[in-house]
Design a protein around this ligand. Structure first.
Ligand SMILES: [Zn+2]
Length: 346
């Protein structure tokens, strides 16, 4: 949010040069999974109705590293393709994972065999490509970050391709978590827990995981002070709840505001479980972090909502936490290093 227009222009110009051909190749690769197999599947345009995202951290991390390592090589192997291949092979059951399956797929892809050829007999590859892509497509990409050399004090922009989504908790702040997706909740009416709780102290900076547009802001009797941010491709709705009483949000936030991955968007707290605004009714301070997939706008607020188990994703994101500093004048936290995505809307 704080980057100047001048920087943005300079970086945009520079980015056109860097790996331009590869970027075009990659975006065409990711944007329409149905072209990968060359099939015009009849149901290609129908929105997906259900996704169970249960890929273990280790498998995601291995596939992500292969994607990053191969990015500027002759053949770039996308982690979404790797994971969709495995999902299709196992029917989504990663208890069946065998390392050699990933190795074989990656080896053949690197040898130049097309994804279409490698998945031609897989009935559900397109489904998994679209489903896993909807979760992960905003996580990797080209970005630039401006850091200062510790010894010389010289600031410079560094270009990279890699994990550009951030952990929702600022760097240096403690939190604890466990896999609590689907557990029962009793406030209001009996329902399943459709998110991931990160226990931490009150006032911990909450970070935008991915860039997007603020879609919801204000009080909700369940989430208390909460923020909803939609990704630029509209597929992901990030939900951050139980924010701090009296000081829930970063000052610049408003509905319709654009947020960049890594921005401080608010502070953790204990609000919620009350129809009365600004009430602390949550015993343990924590961030409720949720991710809803939206394939069909009509289903966004319906009983058929698709929420994702974020336990393993949160672990992956914990390898990329955003440095924050406290502004002495305002007392508020802000990101330490300016950051620009090369292709935020892909
Ligand atoms: Zn929760």
């Amino acid at each position: 949010m704080k980057n100047t227009k001048k920087n943005a222009v300079m970086v945009a110009a520079a980015s056109m040069i860097l790996c331009a051909a590869l970027s075009i190749f990659l975006s065409s690769f990711l944007s329409d999974p149905y072209t990968l197999t060359g099939k015009k599947a009849k149901d290609a345009d129908k929105p997906i109705k259900w996704v169970e995202f249960n890929i273990p951290y280790d498998i995601m991390k291995t596939a992500m590293d292969i994607d990053i390592d191969s990015y500027c090589k002759k053949i770039h192997v996308s982690w979404v393709d790797i994971l969709a291949y495995l999902g299709a092979k196992y029917g989504g059951d990663f208890n069946r994972y065998n390392e050699s399956d990933m190795d074989e797929f990656v080896t053949k892809a690197k040898q130049g065999k097309s994804i279409a050829a490698l998945t031609k007999d897989m009935k559900y590859f397109n489904y998994y490509s679209k489903a896993y892509g909807a979760v992960l497509n905003g996580f990797l990409g080209e970005y630039q970050i401006k850091t200062t050399d510790g010894e010389t004090g010289v600031a410079s922009w560094k270009k990279a391709y890699g994990l550009k989504a951030f952990s929702p908790i600022g760097e240096g702040f403690y939190y604890s978590d466990f896999d609590d997706f689907g557990t029962n909740r009793s406030y209001g009416y009996s329902r399943r827990h459709l998110g991931h709780d990160m226990m931490t102290s009150v006032g911990t900076p909450v970070i935008a995981v991915e860039s997007g547009t603020v879609e919801a802001l204000g009080w909700n009797q369940y989430g208390g002070w909460r923020i909803g941010i939609r990704s630029h491709d509209n597929l992901r709705y990030y939900y951050y709840a139980h924010l701090q009483k009296d000081n829930p949000y970063a000052e610049s936030l408003h509905i319709g505001a654009t947020v960049t991955a890594g921005d401080v968007i608010g502070y953790t707290g204990q609000t919620g479980y009350s129809i009365k605004e600004n009430t602390n009714n949550i015993d343990t301070p924590h961030l409720h972090f949720g991710l809803q997939l939206v394939f069909d706008e009509k289903a966004k607020d319906s009983p058929t909502q698709i929420w994702i188990d974020l336990y393993d994703i949160t672990r992956l994101l914990s390898t990329h936490r955003c440095s924050v500093i406290r502004n002495k004048d305002t007392g508020e936290y802000e990101r330490k290093y300016p950051f620009i995505e090369e292709d935020p809307a892909f």
